[in-house]
Design a protein around this ligand. Structure first.
Ligand code: F6P
Length: 377
């Protein structure tokens, strides 16, 4: 029987849903019943630490290569993070281009195809490799849900659940102390996590990167709420949100291999403005990497499974250079090139209320809401 070797790796920020995807790539590729029908016998090599693994993996090396079998991955879908490890290493980093080593190692390891599980950076590398003739299939993940070409990215649902649970915990202490809590979520350019997390947990104000906010309006909204008799308020703010006329708040000057600076601090900025400028008792918390941690939600387990199976379907069909995708509720595949398009973001016209700084109160009739907002002012 013909033999073929699949390499699988996870790159970029970890999240829940990666392990289920790896498990199902392995189980589907190694499935004995399917092997007979396909006439191909697959082997799966796990590449450790994302693209870094393919820079340093030598044949026979144990540090970056792990042979995967069904028994080994049997329980992986219950666990968060990635059992293969990850990195933000960019083989095409202009300061240190290592792409030739990756090409050489793919050849040395006898990989017929690389299944890359990642977000825009990891899959951008996958696309560049596919342009050089390497067989690649992509699986989408990022808790930011901003990857073009798919309606779902692994890790997002688990992160929403974390946000909802943590804010549920905050409410009792916020209420006891009559405090305002500003909760900073991840979300570098896209406000999906803050907006949909805020909607899930009932945040009063939600600030997202797609719409620059005014502190005056935030204060007005808080006063309105006080007048209504509420004891406390939850404000959700995405790490990439910014006040009008300012830029994003960065946590430091260091940049990763893809040129990104770490964001962080907008939550405390907003809290300080309210505390010092408006005299209201306010605290901030940063949910940070908690959103990426923990066991995958039921949805991420299922999506990891479906994406993993679909990736192997593409491998079997030798339909390379594709990204597995959820589009309009269906698992499908789109050209990998799609990941190079503009990242997805919240549609301000249909998904965000720029007056209330929150999700919209009409879903089917946006015009009516705009008129209503205007008449109230
Ligand atoms: O990759 C998505 C993300 O979750 C962003 O929202 C965030 O800015 C970034 O990861 C932080 O990643 P790390 O601190 O692990 O480098």
């Amino acid at each position: 029987m013909k033999k073929s070797r699949i390499g699988v790796l996870t790159g970029g920020g970890d999240c829940a849903g990666l392990n289920p995807a790896i498990k199902w790539v392995v189980k589907t590729a190694l499935d004995e019943r399917l092997q007979g029908v396909r006439g191909v016998s697959y082997q799966v090599l796990g590449i450790r630490d994302g693209w870094k693994g393919l820079i340093y993996a030598e044949p026979g090396s144990k540090d970056y290569i792990q042979h995967l079998d069904e028994e080994m991955v049997r329980t992986w879908d219950r666990y968060g993070g990635t059992s293969l490890g990850t990195s933000r290493t960019n083989p095409y980093d202009p300061k240190n281009d290592q792409s030739k080593r990756v090409l050489q190692n793919i050849d040395n390891l006898g990989l017929d195809v690389v299944v890359a599980i990642g977000g825009e950076d990891t899959l951008g590398v996958a696309y560049k490799l596919s342009q050089t003739g390497i067989n690649v299939v992509g699986i989408p993940k990022t808790i930011d849900k901003d990857l073009p070409g798919t309606d779902y990215t692994l890790g997002y649902d688990t992160a929403l659940n974390v946000i909802t649970e943590e804010v549920d915990r905050l409410r009792s202490t916020a209420g006891s102390h009559k405090r305002i809590f500003v909760v900073e979520t991840m979300g570098r350019h896209a406000g999906f996590l803050a907006l949909e997390g805020g909607e899930s947990c009932g945040a009063y104000i939600i600030l997202i990167p797609e719409y620059d906010f005014s502190m005056e309006r935030v204060s007005e909204l808080l006063l309105d709420r006080k007048r209504m008799g509420s004891r406390y308020s939850i404000i959700m703010v995405a790490e990439g949100a910014k006040p009008e006329g300012s830029s994003e708040v960065v946590a430091g000057d260091e940049v990763d291999g893809f040129g990104h600076k770490a964001l962080g601090g907008i939550g405390e900025f907003v809290a300080k403005e309210i505390r010092e400028g408006r005299g209201m008792d306010t605290r901030s918390i940063v949910l940070s990497h908690l959103q990426r941690g923990g066991a995958p939600s039921a949805f991420d387990r299922r999506m990891g499974r479906y994406f993993g199976i679909a990736a192997v379907d593409l491998v079997v069909e030798r339909n390379f250079g594709k990204l597995v995708s959820l589009t309009n509720g269906k698992i499908t595949a789109v050209p990998l090139e799609t990941v190079m398009e503009k990242p997805r973001s919240v549609d301000i016209n249909t998904e965000y209320d720029t007056d209330r700084y929150n999700g919209r109160r009409t879903i089917l009739n946006h015009v009516a809401e705009k008129q209503h907002a205007r008449s109230l002012r």
